[in-house]
Design a protein around this ligand. Structure first.
Ligand code: 13P
Ligand code: SF4
Length: 301
């Protein structure tokens, strides 16, 4: 039996649902029940009825699924798949911001550890940060961990006062202005679509900025032959499905997230066979970390 068939058979036998982010390898996306951005996947996880959630993504995504649906067993093809940016904020930094600013909301990008979430007021993802931040009553926003997403949102909500942190995504910040300018010169008619984790100089040169699912929607509705894509290249799998006949180009060879690529079909099969790779979390931490996630779901809808 093919590995794909084995996975689908085991999934039914174990009463499991498979969730996959757009950055995992295409063959893994193909066996998933749901493929999407962080916001969509967290909503799907919170509503899952199956006893097992298999999360093909990185650690903070599995943790968020567990907090949102704590009675389910959450397993991951590789528990080592972690987002380095999720660790780029500290509890000390949050406490200092709370001491130094009145009327403050600690806004935590979902790409963060459960501990950071537990000390924050509200979570956001790239697709809902604008609506969530706009809905907050507080004037001061301490935006963690990603400085690039924070800066991008701050431009769209000028009435708020943002305090930034120095976190960043090594994949998105590896995309450099010179590389983009070179590609634009080679393909002058190409549209540029970028994720807000990119550097500001990349966003300024972009025709569209948005989350992974927003980039896919933009490509689908935009009349152009060539697109320069400034995000992780796992997204090309979904882009090629919606953009038949359109051509997609990376800007540099470094647009690959090594952690997302730890999610292979072989590891997914093994995780389903053994149910070994379960994500275990501290109960008290889960309860505290759930609050900002629930507020996000409430404010974003
Ligand atoms: P999205 O929520 O846009 O899918 O982004 C997740 C992510 O990890 C981007 O690097
Ligand atoms: Fe984290 Fe960047 Fe990988 Fe997204 S692409 S999971 S932000 S390291």
């Amino acid at each position: 039996m093919e590995i794909r068939e084995k996975i689908l058979k085991l999934k039914a036998e174990k009463d499991a649902v498979i969730l996959a982010h757009y950055y995992v390898p295409g063959d893994v996306q193909e066996v998933a029940d749901f493929v999407g951005d962080s916001y969509y996947l967290s909503k799907v996880a919170s509503e899952a009825k199956e006893s097992v959630i298999v999360f093909c993504g990185v650690n903070f995504m599995g943790e968020s699924a567990k907090m949102l649906n704590p009675d389910k067993k959450v397993i991951m093809p590789d528990l080592k798949a972690d987002c380095p940016m999720a660790h780029m904020a500290t509890v000390e930094g949050i406490e200092a911001a709370r001491r130094n600013h009145e009327d403050l909301a600690v806004v935590c990008y979902i790409n963060s550890t459960a501990e950071i979430k537990a000390h924050s007021d509200v979570c956001v993802t790239s697709s809902n940060a604008l609506s969530v931040v706009s809905a907050l009553p507080q004037k001061n926003i301490y935006f963690i961990p990603d400085q690039n997403l924070g800066r991008y949102i701050s431009r769209l909500v000028p009435e708020k006062n943002f305090i930034f942190n120095d976190g960043y995504c090594h994949v998105h910040t590896s995309i450099k202005k010179d590389d983009l300018l070179k590609k634009k010169a080679e393909l002058p008619k190409a549209k540029v679509a970028s994720h807000p984790e990119c550097r500001e100089e990349i966003l300024e040169l972009s025709d569209f900025v948005g989350s992974t699912s927003d980039i896919i929607k933009y490509v689908e509705k935009t009349d152009a032959e060539d697109f320069l894509i400034c995000t992780e290249t796992g997204i090309f799998h979904a882009l090629e499905k919606v953009g038949k006949g359109k051509r997609f180009h990376a800007v540099s060879g470094s647009q690959i997230c090594p952690d997302m690529k730890l999610n292979t079909l072989e590891k997914l099969l093994h995780a389903l066979e053994t149910l070994d790779n379960e994500l275990h979390m501290d109960e008290a931490l889960m309860k505290k970390g759930l609050q900002p996630l629930e507020l996000m779901l409430k404010l974003a809808d």
